[in-house]
Design a protein around this ligand. Sequence first.
Ligand code: DGY
Length: 338
Amino acid sequence: MRDDEGRDDNDGREGFGMSVRPRLLITRRLSPEVEARAARDYDAVLNPEDRVFTRDELVAACQEVDAVLPCHSERFDAAVIAALPDRLRVIANHSVGVDHVDLAAAAGRGIIVTNTPDVLSDATAEIAILCMLGAARRGAEGDRMVREGRWNTWSPSFMVGAQITGKRFGVLGMGRVGRVTAARARGFGMEVHYHNRRPLPPEDAQGAIWHDTPESLIATSDVLSLHCPATPETEGIMNAERIAKMPRGAILVNTARGALVDEAALVEALKSRHLFAAGLDVFRTEPGGNPALAALDNVFLLPHIGSATFETRIAMGYRALDNLDAVFADNEPGDRVA
Ligand code: DGY
């Protein structure tokens, strides 16, 4: 029998093969539904105040637990991982991105690491489209003008933006989120181009045009949307040289990770109007963002909320718990990344 949360209703404890429920640290406040399921199946240590752990607090809080369910706000670098107790079996991330975890260090200690793919693709694609439209149609500038009582004119030349209908939409990293975003962009009549190391099978490409190099995609895209994970290979992939290769008047959208972009180079390209605008949900410094970007009118900024919908938060939490359940039932978790 399956319960409301979609899992087998045997309370799972016998399946975990442990006489007491595994002790689970959940580092941030999650959806009530997710916390209720976690408290039912685990000896869950919650964080009702949603206090952000310092590095030392994180290490200390992990000492007495069998598992941790963190978000991308907690960094598990090599030193933190070295300080984790032997009893800790799994880091079950509440995120698809795992750049905050040193996967090699975790693997070296035999700690399983999982993530939450798929369930956030729709929500993140929505934010990518919002960033594209906000940038193209000067959404932040217009909002500020009305809100601050500075809207005192109208003319045919007032607040003219870039139309995206029929333009070329480039996807750098055509994975799950990239493919959903491409599908939404097609709804605007955009022609989709992408770069992956290898072309996708036709059923996934859906007619999108493959480019064998990032440079070729970048030079072709009227709107370039970043969807690759942050890894040592992709760090700073949008550097000054590649930004200069974007067509004059193009738009850059980033809903993946701030580390992909050289923000100083982006500021220069926006100031010189080589780029028409940028729509950004992620930054090198989070929380906070980049004041030099925030000072510009031709950027549409959001505070890393790509997956922040009620539905998706619940789905992410359940997915992380599904992975934990598998580990404690001595099964292979579906979303193992290390
Ligand atoms: C993710 O899942 O990686 C999102 O950026 C939120 O953490």
